[in-house]
Every structure is written in structure tokens, then in C-alpha cells.
Design a protein around this ligand. Sequence first.
Ligand code: SF4
Length: 297
Amino acid sequence: MESFEEWRAEAERHGVPLWRPVLEYEIHQKGRSETEIWERLAQVYAVMRDAVESGLQAPRQTRSGLVRDTGKKIAQSPLHVISPEFSLLLAYATAAKETNACMGRVVAAPTAGASGILPGIYTFLERHHGISLQTIYEAMLIGAGVALIIEQKASIAGAVGGCQAETGTAAAMGAAGIVYALGGNITQIFESVALTIMNMLGLICDPVAGLVELPCVKRNGSAVVIAAAAAQMALAGDTAVIPVDEMVAAMGEVGALMDARFKETGLGGTAATPTAQAIARTIYPDLGTLRYEDPPH
Ligand code: SF4
């Protein structure tokens, strides 16, 4: 299964839902039974929910001070830009990512840097749409299928493809899960992935002081918003026009051409601002000035 079209063909050939070929892959790859895979998915989702909950309950501050109760502040704010539910979606995702930044237990799906996005989306689906746990586990398998293809054709790592690869992939996995859980068909699921990638294309990886904290926590928040927007468009019957496999290829091309400054080196973008550099020097007093040297030709 190396492309979305192959995945669709496989599911349609056997008349099964999209998650079934991914389940078969997991059984084959891990050498586990179907029952064990479902049990494992339940364990994984339990960790995701705990990450959201502990991020919302306990005081959250990293040693650097760059991250400080973002999820809790949003959850407790009396003002809502769109709706209380929208605020909670943001709060869940940022809270789970803060749990990671504070060295709590998370599921690195697809990476630790993007570990708030899927917990935020699945928790939201369970709590605010009443989606069953079984459907959430199926959505998780669909998300795994999305990441499997993106990993082969582009990247899921910020150090390789920029933040589009990391939070972008997580958002695409989440969008597919939303559409599936709310009853969308295969075409709508794939359109949501294409729309998400289209709207996160080019996002650079630029963590301040090289710590996976800022802008990472905020980006986990904005990524769930893009995932929700893409899912909403797809469920409404809108399309990305560009097929999802072509959008994945575009993501791979953008990642390959991206300058090394924007691939988790902490030398470009947000990380290179004077304030970020001053923060980095307070954390690492011997650091000196961060400067990017052009590689020799
Ligand atoms: S900025 Fe870099 S480290 Fe932070 S979430 Fe994005 S890819 Fe990960």
C-alpha cells in the first residue's frame, strides 16, 4: 500500500472499510492477532486521553518557561471566538502537547512534536460527538494508514521535511479520522487529507532554542483547526481538486527543497528572531550567536 489510490483499490476490491487493510498490515507486520491489535489501540487511546486530561488539570510549565498552561488557559477562557466547543478542541490539543513538553507520557503519533493533535481530535469526537470507542479505534487505524503513505512518499519528521511533515501529517491523520467518524466516504476522507496537506504545505520547523516547545504547542493548536476545516470542507462535498497522492508528492518536494535552517536546527524562522536567540542564550549561556553558515558548494 504505497499510495492512496492503492489503498482505495484494496478496500474496494474486498468490499471492506478503509481501516481493514491497515489492520491486516498491523497483524502481518507485528505478528499479533486482531484481538491484540484492538487491545493495543485501546491502550494507546487511553494514554492519549490521559495526556489531554493531565494537561488540563495539573499546572503545566516547562523548565525553560516557554510553555505555560496554554491548554488550561484556553479551556477556562470565558470568551469564545467561534464556540465553546471550538475552544475546547484547541484546549485538548495544546494540553496534550504540553504534557509532552513537560516530559509527561504521550503517544508520539506520528511524532512527539505533534503529539497533541490526534489526542485533541479523538477526545473531541468522543466527548462532543458521542463517537464510540470502537469507531475511534477504527479512525486511529485510518490515521495510521495516512501516515504510512506520507512517510514513504514524503516525510513525517520535522528534521527531514519541516513542520508540514510533522504537524501537517498529524493534522491529515486527524482530518481523515474526523471525516470517517462522522460518516464520510472514502473520497471524502481522502479529500480531507489532500485539503489538510494543501493548507499546511511549506510550514517550517523552527523550535526556539531547539526545544520542542515553541512554536510546537501553538502549532498543535492551529493544526487541529486546519484539520477540522479540511474535514468540514470534505464532508460538505468540496474537493481539493488536486488528488491526494499528488499533494503528498508536493509535500515531499517542498520538504526536499527546504533549507536546513528550517528543519529543526533552531537556526531559522521563529528560532532565529532576536527574542528567540536571547531566550536560547539564557538557557545555554555559552551558546554565543546562532548563525547559519551556507554549506560549501
Ligand atoms: S516546529 Fe519542529 S519540532 Fe516543533 S512541532 Fe513543528 S516540526 Fe516538531
